[in-house]
Ligand binder design. Structure first.
Ligand code: GUN
Ligand code: FE
Length: 454
C-alpha cells in the first residue's frame, strides 16, 4: 500500500545505527534503513535487504535514500540529566573548593547576576549552543531563582530546538550568602508564575521542572508546597542529594527528626516517579530502596564529584537496586559541558571502585553508553519518546564521523575495512569530540549545524 495522502518521509538513511536496548547495552546495526516521518518519529529500522518492501509500504524512491559512508554511524542523542545553565559562565574554572564553600564563593555570586536578562541571554545562548554542538539533544537545566531570566532560558532552548526541562531554582534559606534567596511566599508564587507561563507557551519539547535547590536551602513549608505544585500539574522535580559528607552532616543537623536525607524529601512530597536527584554518592542501601519504591531516579555526575572532591557514586550498586540512572555534567561543579566527558569520567570512577576492591565488577563502556542515552531518557521519564532507535520514538540522533576533518581520532587500516567496527565506536567514545559530531537531530529536525535563523 502506498497511500498518496501520506506525507512524504522527512528522512531515509542507510548505514550503521548504534544504540542500546534494555537487553543489550550496545547494539550495532550495520547496513540498515531507518525512516523518519514528517512529525519526527522513527517509522522503520530494518535490514537494507528489506528496501523493496519498505519502499512500497512507505512510498519512497531509491534516490531519496541518504547513504552514510562506511565509517559513519548514527547514535541516539545524549541526555544530560543535570546541568546548571547559569554556571556555564565559569565552567572550566573555580573547582578548587569543596561543595558548600564553592557554592558560597563562586556559585551564588554568579547566579545573582542573572537578575539581568541581558547577561542571562548571553550565557544561556552560549550554553545551549555548546551543549547541542557536543551532542546533548536533551538537557535537564537548573536556571536561577529569577523567573524572567529562567523563562528566557526556556525560550532559547526552544529556539535552538534542544529538548529540555527548565527549572526556576527555589531557595528560601541561604545563611552563607543571604543576598541570594527568596521569601517562602515569593518562591511559591514565582514558581507558579514560571510553570503557568511555560505551560501556556506550549513549547513542543521544552517543559518546566520543579527545582528546590537542595534540603539546605529550602524550608519544609517550601518543599511541601513545591511538591504540591508538581502534583497539581503532573510535573517533574529535580534537586540534589547526598553529594558531599559536610552537606549530609548539615542536613542531619538541620532536619534531625528525619531518618535520613532521602526521608527529608520523601516526607515533603518531593520523591516521586518524576523526580531526578543529582549525585547520591552517600545514599545507604535503605535509601536506594526508597528511591526504587518511589520510582525516583539518580543523575550520576562524575566530573563534578571528582572535581569538587565530593565522592564516588557506586553506579553498579545503584543499578543493582534497580534505581533509574542517567549521566549528568553538573556544569560547573563539573568543568565539562560534554556528555562524552561524563562517559569517560564514569568509567574512571567505576574503575577506581574496582581497583580499591569496593566492587568486584565495573561498568563496561557499552553500559556507560547506555547510561548516556537510554538510561538518561528513563531517568527523565522520556524513555517512551527517546533514548534509542525503537520504531515509534522521536529521532533524536547524532551523525558521527570518526574521520571528520581535524578529527582527534586516528584510524588505521584495520579500523577502516568494512562497516564501522566496535573498536571505532569505542575510539569515538574515548577520544572523539564535537568535531566528530557532524549533525545533530532533535525530533527529526536538523539542529546542528545551526540554522542561519538562530
Ligand atoms: N547543591 C546545591 N546547589 C548545588 C549546585 O549548584 N551544584 C552542585 N554540584 N551541588 C549543589
Ligand atoms: Fe548540581
Amino acid at each position: 500500500m502506498c497511500a498518496a495522502r501520506m506525507p512524504p518521509l522527512a528522512h531515509i538513511f542507510r548505514g550503521t545505527f548504534v544504540h542500546s536496548t534494555w537487553t543489550c547495552p550496545m547494539e550495532v546495526l550495520r547496513d540498515h534503513l531507518l525512516g523518519v516521518s514528517d512529525s519526527g518519529k522513527i517509522v522503520f529500522l530494518e535490514e537494507a535487504s528489506q528496501q523493496e518492501k519498505l519502499a512500497k509500504e512507505w512510498c519512497f524512491k531509491p534516490c531519496e535514500i541518504r547513504e552514510l559512508s562506511h565509517h559513519e554511524f548514527f547514535m541516539p542523542g545524549l541526555v544530560d540529566t543535570h546541568i546548571h545553565a547559569p554556571q556555564y559562565y565559569f565552567a572550566g574554572s573555580h573547582v578548587d573548593l569543596p561543595l558548600l564553600e564553592w557554592l558560597t564563593k563562586y556559585t551564588y555570586p554568579t547566579e545573582l547576576r542573572f537578575q539581568s536578562t541581558d547577561f542571562a541571554e548571553e550565557v544561556y545562548t552560549r550554553v545551549v549552543r555548546r551543549t547541542l554542538k557536543n551532542g546533548t539533544t536533551t538537557a535537564c537545566y537548573f536556571a536561577t531563582i529569577y523567573t524572567d531570566s529562567s523563562l528566557l532560558l526556556a525560550e532559547i532552548t526552544d529556539k535552538f530546538g534542544q529538548r529540555a526541562f527548565v527549572g526556576k531554582v527555589n531557595m528560601d534559606k541561604n545563611d552563607t550568602f543571604p543576598e541570594y534567596k527568596e521569601t517562602t511566599e515569593e518562591s511559591i508564587k514565582e514558581t507558579e508564575r514560571f510553570v503557568s507561563e511555560i505551560l501556556q507557551r506550549n513549547y513542543p519539547r521544552v517543559k518546566p521542572i520543579v527545582t528546590p535547590r537542595f534540603a539546605l536551602s529550602c524550608s519544609e513549608t517550601l518543599m511541601r508546597e513545591l511538591g504540591n505544585i508538581a502534583k497539581t500539574h503532573d510535573l517533574h522535580i529535580q534537586s540534589h542529594i547526598s553529594e558531599n559528607p559536610d552537606e549530609v552532616e548539615a542536613v542531619k543537623n538541620l532536619y534531625p527528626c528525619y531518618k535520613n536525607y532521602t526521608d527529608v524529601y520523601d516526607k515533603n512530597n518531593l520523591l516521586t516517579n518524576k523526580t531526578v536527584m543529582a549525585h547520591g554518592c552517600y545514599l545507604s542501601a535503605e535509601e536506594l530502596d526508597i528511591f526504587r519504591e518511589r520510582g525516583a531516579s539518580i543523575s550520576f555526575c562524575p566530573n563534578s564529584n571528582i572535581s569538587l572532591c565530593s565522592g564516588f557514586l557506586n553506579a553498579v550498586e545503584v543499578l543493582k537496586h534497580d534505581v533509574k540512572l542517567g549521566l549528568g555534567t553538573d556544569v560547573a561543579g563539573g568543568y565539562s559541558p560534554s556528555l562524552l566527558d561524563a562517559v569517560r569520567k564514569a568509567m574512571v570512577v567505576s574503575n577506581t571502585l574496582l581497583i580499591n576492591k569496593i566492587n568486584a565488577k565495573g561498568l563496561t563502556v557499552e553500559e556507560v553508553f547506555r547510561l548516556a542515552t537510554l538510561g538518561g531518557s528513563q531517568a527523565l521519564g522520556l524513555d517512551r519518546e527517546i533514548g534509542n532507535f525503537e520504531v515509534g520514538k522521536e529521532f533524536d540522533a547524532l551523525l558521527i564521523n570518526p574521520k571528520a576533518s581535524d578529527s582527534p581520532i586516528d584510524l588505521f587500516y584495520g579500523d577502516l575495512v568494512g562497516d564501522v567496527s566496535e573498536a571505532v565506536i569505542q575510539k569515538f567514545l574515548y577520544l572523539g569530540d564535537d568535531r566528530n559530531i557532524e549533525e545533530v537531530y532533535v525530533g527529526g529536525k536538523l539542529v546542528v549545524p545551526f540554522s542561519s535563523s538562530v
